[in-house]
Design a protein around this ligand. Sequence first.
Ligand code: SIN
Ligand code: FE
Length: 297
Amino acid sequence: MLFIVKKIPYKQLIKIESKSWLLQKPKPKWAKDIEDGKVIYFESLQFKLSKHEKKLFSPTIIEPHTRNISLNSNGSIKGAIGTEEDIKALKAMIERFRNHAKNLIYSAFPEYKPYLKLAPTSFRPLDVVSRNTSWRADDKRLHVDAFPSRPNYGERILRVFINLNPHGVPRVWRIGEPFENIVERYIEKIKPYSYIYAKLINLLGITKALRSEYDHIMLGLHDAMKSDMQYQKKSPQITIPFKPGAVWICFSDQASHAAMSGQYMMEQTFHLPVAKQYNPKKSPLEILQVKTNKKLT
Ligand code: SIN
Ligand code: FE
């Protein structure tokens, strides 16, 4: 069957020319673009790999049944298997990326800097296509990030990605329609929030904290998008092959995205309070508050 995929009515992907992770003279437009839910990318920021690091690019470096290798801010690493030397090299490589990601975000959006919280840094050596998951965990379907066990009460999720594939394989993403359109499309279909249910799943340890109404709606949008195959195929979207060396950033709780294929990527997440955005009105929290006419947390 032939599906007509609608084009997104505006540019969803913005390119910034820079050879350095430390950006000179940040432009207000970058903050506007990222807070509008666009994806910003850089074609060729330097990330040189040492001889030993190149050997770490194998799926055998990750523990079985694990999705990512992650490095905590205290320097402890999870999910990796290898010799002492390998682990040392792995830590150094991931930490180097973390420092680059910090430089990039701090220099692009200087006003965020004092308020950003750093999450663990991840290295993903597995092939996206071979990942076997339920529809809900399937990141090959367009979605906005919302996590069933980790309520975040509106705090923003800002992510930096780099494709490090040593064999020239791109990381292919789809980028979907603006967040406001997703809200329009699905908000009425999300079942009402239940405080009692939220309390229950918290007591059972299913969530790490009480799921708020905001988190309930975000998860509702995430699930509604992923479970709607017509939407997956026909909604406005673009497909982008991010070549090795490409770096891209977005608010992943707002920018609709899907990872279709690729292998060997690193990712750094930052959390930002809504109030510290350049324009807090552009946050999913504020957009949902306006739409539902309710104070959400
Ligand atoms: C995701 O955040 O949905 C996946 C990103 C990726 O694996 O490229
Ligand atoms: Fe995601």
